[in-house]
Structure formats: C-alpha cells, structure tokens
Design a binder for this molecule. Structure first.
Ligand code: HXC
Ligand code: NAP
Length: 307
C-alpha cells in the first residue's frame, strides 16, 4: 500500500524533478516510503531487492498512487542481490542506460536478527555483514566510480541505526556493519566531497516494519504498534517523518550538509532506548523460540526471491 500524500511532506511539489535516485531494499518498509517520498516529488526512482516480484509490485503501486499527471516521477523495480558485486555492476549499468547518471543513492538494504553472539555461526555473521557492510560498500563504489569519472554531483544517504554510537547487544553483526558504514560516510565525505559527491546517514529509532519486527521482536507485538514508553516522545517513528528527512538529505537544498549521521528516534538513544540489552534476561527456551520464529520469517521471504 502507498503511504503518503503531498500533505505528509514538507516540500513543494516538483522539488525533485530531474533527480534520479537508487534505493536499495526499496520494495518494502523504510526503503519503500523513501522511494515514495522522492518519486511523488518528481524524482525518477529505482528500487532493488532480491525478490523481483516484490520490487516490481511496489514500483507499480507507487506509480499508480502518484501518476505523472500529478507530478510523480517514474519508479522502476530491479531484482538485484547486493551481495554479488557483478550483479551490482549490471544494475548500475541498467540504471545509467535508462536515462543517465543517478543524482542520489540510498543504502537501505539490510538483514538482521536478534541472536546471542555465542550462538552465531560464520554463515550467520556473513548473512548480515555481506548485505549491510560489504554490499552497501560495493553499491556505493560502483556508483561513485561513475560519478567521479563523469564529474557529477550526487548525494549518498546510508540508513544506519543508533547502535553506531552505543553498541548493539544481541545484534552484533548488524551493529558492527552499520558502524562500518558510519565510518564510510565520514571518510568518503572528505575523500569525494571536493569532487561533488557528498555523504550523510540517517540513524532511525523504531519504525515498525514487517521485516524488522519479524526478526527483532519475534512473536511480540505487530508492525502497527505506535506507542513506545522507552522513547522520550513516547511513540515510534512515523513513516512520513523518515521520508521528509531522506528527501532533505538527497536534495541539493541540503548541499552544505556533508559527513553527518542524523538520529531520528524521538531522542531514544539519549536515554539508552532502542537496543536489546533487556534480552540478557532470556534463557535457552526464549532464544530457541525466537530463533524458530525468525527462521520461519526468513523461509517465507526466501521463497519469493528471484535472485
Ligand atoms: C542465529 C540465525 C538466525 C537466528 C538465521 N541464522 N537466523 N542464527 N539466530 N535467529 C543463521 C542460519 O542458521 C544460517 O547459518 C545463516 O544465518 C543464514 O541463514 P539463512 O536463513 O540461510 O539466510 P538468508 O536466507 O541468506 O537470509 C538472510 C537473513 C534474513 C539476513 C538471515 O533475515 C533476511 O533475508 N533478512 C532481510 C530482511 C531483514 O532482515 N530486515 C530487517 C532489517 S531491520 P547456518 O550456519 O545455520 O547455515 C534492521 C533494524 C535495525 O536492521 C534497528 C531496529 C531498531
Ligand atoms: P525491511 O522491510 O526488511 O527492509 C530490508 C530490505 O532490504 C528488504 O526490502 C530486502 O528485500 C532488502 N535486502 C535485503 N538483503 C538484500 C540484498 N542482499 N540485496 C538487495 N536487497 C536486499 O526492513 P526495514 O525495517 O524497512 O529496514 C530498512 C532499513 O532501515 C535497514 O537498513 C534497517 O537496518 C534500517 N533500520 C530500520 C529500523 C526500523 O525500526 N524499522 C530502525 C533502524 C534502522 P529482499 O528480501 O527482497 O532482498
């Protein structure tokens, strides 16, 4: 379902006309709402994921909700597994051939699940790090090489977590990988900034999505929860709030912002919210139940993959 109307956004219609944005993992959750925000303001948006049907359906749905006659740009779904560098190169070639250089990239695709660190196998660690840490780097590099060679200006926004500042117990491969992207953001902001490519990141607090809740809060609550007493503002984030921040960072209106990671978490990390330290109380039984529930969600999603 499309989420937004123009009233949800802070920006004038047509703001992003002429812009071309790639959003990894843009077929679901936060990636999809950022895609919607940019395309309804006129940008052409490319969304990728391993489940070809999911990205194609999302692209179709967003274009139907925000047709060109109302100022919407186009949205194109591309099946791509960002763990595979050759697949990334093919995708980026396809995007460039479809209308020229990108003006923006959102590194949003991720995998995650809660687990005691001592229970992780090397494949379990790689399942997360190969998407978040390695995959996001290669997508960034593949776009960056083209931007530098062609002398283009571009904005890269990476979606992190507030764990980059205070660690992420029971989500260590994710916390380590996101921290790596935080340092990539700071490093490339300097290395490529003087050639027109700027880097920022967003560290969201809780924004209930099916993908995250099935793997981080298995068996408890639903993706439609609104209240959260651990957050100073007493609630979870709203999708439109994230879309507004992403549009701001992608658009040249924020051109002097470079190398920053911005929390959008109702102030949660300042009071230690947003992590899983409370799971220290769990015993073997709770962990076994969580793992079974997460693996059944993984299985369901895997059945839809086309790459
Ligand atoms: C321990 C686990 C496990 C669990 C999987 N594994 N689940 N280990 N505890 N709960 C292990 C498996 O046993 C296996 O290792 C290895 O991980 C790979 O598992 P597969 O199921 O084969 O992996 P795969 O099909 O590649 O799926 C990748 C995935 C999956 C990352 C595991 O969750 C996925 O596709 N996720 C994409 C969507 C997602 O995660 N969205 C949430 C993002 S939310 P062995 O050794 O047994 O073979 C997010 C929010 C952060 O990041 C902040 C919130 C506040
Ligand atoms: P989500 O809906 O599960 O999104 C993850 C997306 O990544 C999916 O569309 C998935 O599609 C894609 N993906 C995973 N592996 C991929 C791969 N190898 N190649 C290409 N695409 C891949 O979860 P979400 O909650 O929206 O999370 C989006 C981002 O926000 C993530 O970076 C997450 O860490 C971050 N975040 C979320 C929250 C929250 O509260 N929701 C909080 C902090 C940070 P396929 O399965 O089809 O590949």
């Amino acid at each position: 379902m499309a989420e937004l109307s123009l009233e949800d956004l802070m920006f004038k219609p047509g703001l992003m006309k002429g812009q071309r944005i790639l959003i990894t993992g843009g077929g679901t959750g936060l990636g999809k709402v950022m895609a919607e925000g940019a395309m309804m303001l006129g940008a052409d948006v490319y969304i990728c994921g391993r489940r070809g049907g999911v990205v194609e359906d999302a692209a179709k749905e967003l274009m139907e909700a925000h047709p060109a006659s109302q100022g919407g740009g186009k949205c194109v779904g591309i099946a791509c597994d960002i763990r595979v560098p050759e697949a990334i190169a093919d995708m980026v070639d396809t995007v460039w051939a479809d209308g020229g250089a990108l003006t923006g990239l959102v590194n949003n695709a991720a995998g995650n699940f809660i687990s005691r660190t001592e229970d992780l196998s090397s494949r379990g660690f790689d399942a997360i790090a190969n998407i978040v840490f390695r995959g996001s780097f290669f997508v960034t590099q593949e776009c960056g090489k083209r931007w530098l060679a062609e002398g283009r200006h571009a904005s890269v926004v990476s979606i992190l977590t507030t764990w980059v500042w205070h660690g992420g117990p029971f989500t260590v491969p994710s916390a380590m990988s996101k921290a790596g992207l935080n340092v990539m953001t700071q490093s490339l902001a300097v290395e490529w900034g003087n050639r027109g490519v700027r880097f920022n990141a967003i560290a969201p607090g809780p924004f209930p999505t099916e993908g995250a809740w099935a793997r981080l809060n298995p068996g408890a609550g639903t993706a439609s929860e609104k209240k959260d007493a651990t957050i100073p503002l007493n609630r979870n984030g709203e999708m439109r709030e994230l879309a507004n921040l992403a549009v701001y960072l992608l658009d040249p209106g924020s051109a002097y912002v470079n190398g920053q990671t911005i929390a959008i978490d109702g102030g949660g990390h300042l009071r230690g919210a947003g992590g899983f330290a409370r799971l220290s109380e769990w015993g073997d039984e709770e962990w076994a139940a969580a793992r079974a529930s997460i693996q059944s969600a993984n299985e369901k999603d895997r059945a839809k993959r086309t790459v």
